[in-house]
Design a protein around this ligand. Structure first.
Ligand code: PLP
Length: 368
């Protein structure tokens, strides 16, 4: 058994993050109150190679504002994969629209573009491409569908910082992209998110929404023009984000290194598959995940019991959203309903030692 518990994830915080956060806490007020926020947005924009970025309090908030700015509302439909965390679906419901869940592909665990196209109705107002665990959606197909039906393609890249699709960073290809900097993510600000787009009008609308409806052009003080939101990031959080951005290459490289290590040792075993990396793409490797073949008889419950006994965090593969009580049951999404029953996320925080990873691999082998 591993002696001290191995957690599935925690952030990589160095003296640099502490130094910037301390500076923001001491001096980041008055005329410097937006300094780190502006810098964080600027470096993020450059990294992603997009025109506009707005730091937010969460990815959920970025999605909520982005979809509101697209005019998504009562009676509209938004198509997304059944496999996901509820954070992408909740803002759709808050806007009075309906999330339409379609099945995932068996290899990428991301939305099946054919099923997304088949689900389009006159009420469809967007398709959300969620790059699950850092795996990439088929963006060529989705963007073509978007152009064909004149439907925006939103990229929920909460889990995909560091992922690259044929030279373009995840989050930079759709009508807008969203990111999460929650403490479990590759790059963290504790809690936090980012809205990104190349569309100047959409940017202006989200900027206004993000400031309680106060337009940048409004000269009157405390004069909201529309009902907006309050999903702002603080200067102290942004200071941590600035430090993390200086280390972004290192942070992503470490996650990729951990995934490679697992893949080299586990994918050689019969009936075991992990996060794919198809030609021309780079997987940001947020969450190394193992899926066992049906014939192995391995189940999530058995895996959890075994991992817990070995003192290792066992994080379940996302349950299908359509299995939750507030949504309509969609068992026809066979991959979304089946894969989680024989899969598990493996620990992957940056400071995980080689010995730790080796012992996790050995425990998986022992289990098999
Ligand atoms: C795919 C996906 N979208 C959105 C979110 C929401 O991110 P946040 O917690 O920053 O709101 C998450 C969070 O884990 C996520 O995994």
């Amino acid at each position: 058994m591993v002696k001290s518990r191995i957690y599935y994830t925690k952030p990589s915080i160095t003296e640099l993050e502490v130094e910037y956060a301390t500076d923001a806490a001491r001096n980041g007020w008055g005329e410097r109150c937006y300094q780190y926020i502006n810098r964080f947005e600027e470096t993020f924009k450059q990294h992603l190679r997009v025109k506009y970025a707005i730091a937010t309090s969460s990815c959920t908030g970025a999605l909520h504002m982005g979809m509101s700015a697209l005019g998504i509302g009562l009676g509209d439909e938004v198509i997304l994969a059944d496999t996901n965390w509820i954070a992408t679906a909740a803002p759709i419901v808050h806007l009075g629209a309906k999330p339409v869940f379609v099945d995932i592909l068996p290899d990428t665990w991301c939305i099946d573009p054919d099923l997304a196209e088949a689900a389009i109705t006159p009420r469809t107002k967007a398709i959300i491409a969620v790059h699950l665990y850092g795996n990439l959606c088929n963006m060529d197909r989705l963007l073509k569908i978007g152009s064909k039906y004149n439907i925006p393609i939103i990229e929920d890249s909460a889990e995909a910082i560091g992922s690259v699709y044929h030279g373009k960073r995840a989050g930079s290809m759709g009508t807008f992209g969203s990111f999460s900097f929650h403490g479990t993510k590759t790059l963290t600000t504790g809690e936090g998110g980012m809205f990104v787009t190349n569309d100047p009008e959409l940017y202006e609308t989200v900027l206004t929404l993000s400031n309680h409806g106060r337009s940048k052009k409004q000269t009157k003080q405390f004069w909201p023009d529309i009902i907006g939101f309050k999903y702002k990031m603080s200067n102290i959080q942004a200071a941590i984000g600035c430090a993390q951005m200086e280390r972004i290459e290192e942070l992503v490289a470490r996650k990729r290194g951990i995934l490679r290590f697992y893949k080299e040792r586990l994918e050689v075993l019969p009936d075991v598959s992990m996060n794919p990396e198809s030609e021309g793409t780079i997987n940001g490797a947020w969450m190394p995940t193992v899926v066992f073949g049906k014939k192995t008889g391995i189940t999530r419950e058995k895996l959890q019991t075994f991992f817990n006994a070995e003192n290792i965090d066992a994080r379940v593969f996302f349950h299908p959203l359509s299995s939750l009580s507030m949504f309509e049951d969609k068992r026809e999404n066979v991959n979304a309903w089946d894969i989680p029953t024989r899969a598990i996320n493996l620990p992957s925080y940056h400071d995980l030692s080689k010995d730790n990873i080796e012992s996790i691999v050995n425990i998986v082998k022992k289990f098999i």
